[in-house]
Design a protein around this ligand. Structure first.
Ligand SMILES: C[S@@+](CC[C@H](N)C(=O)[O-])C[C@H]1O[C@@H](n2cnc3c(N)ncnc32)[C@H](O)[C@@H]1O
Length: 301
């Protein structure tokens, strides 16, 4: 018998005790709930009530660790941490990027969680650009995404130089200036052009929806293009990348104007495992005839 099941001498009439807390089983919030569901509800309530204490405790521990590290650095025992590169020279350039967040209904909760992380990483990559950040806009942002971001990444409300809109990009941008990036396009982007705005599909779908973004752009009469991965690297898996990797590649390219360098720096090692660099004299056509593995790309998306 667990301690929770031991009859408690304080339990009288409708009053029960759970983990030292008395509760009234006739409270309407328990109506229709099983014994276990009531316990879960109480446990969640207690967890929420102690959130402030936990945050204070964490902050205190963090301060102590920082103080201790500072002392060890001053005594020459530890190396100072490298400065995080929020570039001093950062400027917002003339290339735009839209994260098209119109796909919430196509994702399960776990994927929405991954989307939240990928959006955060995309934002960080853009603000940490060495030379040039892109003008960033999040479009079609709906309640599902707002709820997820507010709950798990509330600092998104303070993101700098990012426009967050519930409207679609179609309502906000001149169609002619837009290019939808998608691995399914037959066109290849050779450079990121000034004055253009590149759309990235803000979806985590583990390759479930092939052609989703390509078809959407085609229907809207928007140009599409894929990154020129196949011109530089022969990957053994599919060339569909996660949102943040696409953003990181764009930011890196704007810094170094070299696709190969950008791909090698950003594409995860797992994907690069069996890759070959392509001699620039080989044609991409030749490369496309190689069979592609159809397996899903795991956490990359
Ligand atoms: C996980 S992918 C989504 C795949 C989705 N099935 C689709 O239809 O695009 C997230 C986004 O990253 C961008 N992306 C991923 N790989 C790309 C590539 N090789 N070239 C261009 N864009 C790419 C696209 O904008 C894509 O919508």
């Amino acid at each position: 018998m667990s301690t929770e099941e031991i009859p408690n001498k304080n339990e009288k009439g409708n009053i029960r005790v759970y983990c030292g807390r008395e509760y009234d089983i006739t409270d309407p919030k328990f109506a229709g709930l099983s014994k276990n569901a009531i316990k879960k509800l109480l446990k969640d309530e207690m967890w929420e009530e102690t959130r402030g204490d936990r945050t204070r405790e964490k902050r205190e521990k963090f301060k102590q660790r920082r103080k201790e590290r500072k002392r060890l650095v001053e005594e020459g025992i530890l190396e100072p941490l490298p400065k995080r590169s929020k570039s001093k020279h950062m400027t917002i350039g003339n290339v735009g990027v839209i994260l098209d967040c119109a796909f919430s209904s196509l994702m399960i909760d776990k994927e929405i969680g991954s989307l939240r992380q990928q959006l955060g990483r995309s934002y960080s990559a853009n603000v940490r650009a060495e030379k040039e950040s892109m003008k960033m806009t999040l479009t079609s942002v709906d309640d599902v995404l707002i709820k997820e971001m507010d709950a798990k990444a509330p600092s998104w409300r303070n993101w700098k130089n990012v426009e967050i809109s519930s409207e679609s990009y179609i309502e906000k941008f001149d169609k002619e200036s837009l290019v939808y990036l998608t691995a399914d396009s037959e066109n290849v982007v050779h450079e990121l052009e000034e004055g253009k705005t590149y759309i990235v599909g803000a979806i985590v779908d583990k390759n479930r929806y092939k052609n989703l973004c390509k078809n959407k752009a085609d229907e809207q009469g928007i140009k599409t293009a894929r990154l020129p991965i196949g011109d530089y690297i022969r990957l053994s898996s599919r060339k569909v990348l996660a949102i943040n990797h696409v953003l990181e590649i764009m930011v890196t390219w704007l810094d170094c104007r070299n696709w190969e360098e950008a791909f090698m720096k950003v594409i995860p090692e797992r994907k690069l495992k069996d890759c070959e660099l392509i001699n620039q004299n080989e044609s991409e056509d030749e490369e496309q005839h190689l069979p592609e593995k159809q397996e899903s790309d795991g956490d990359a998306q």
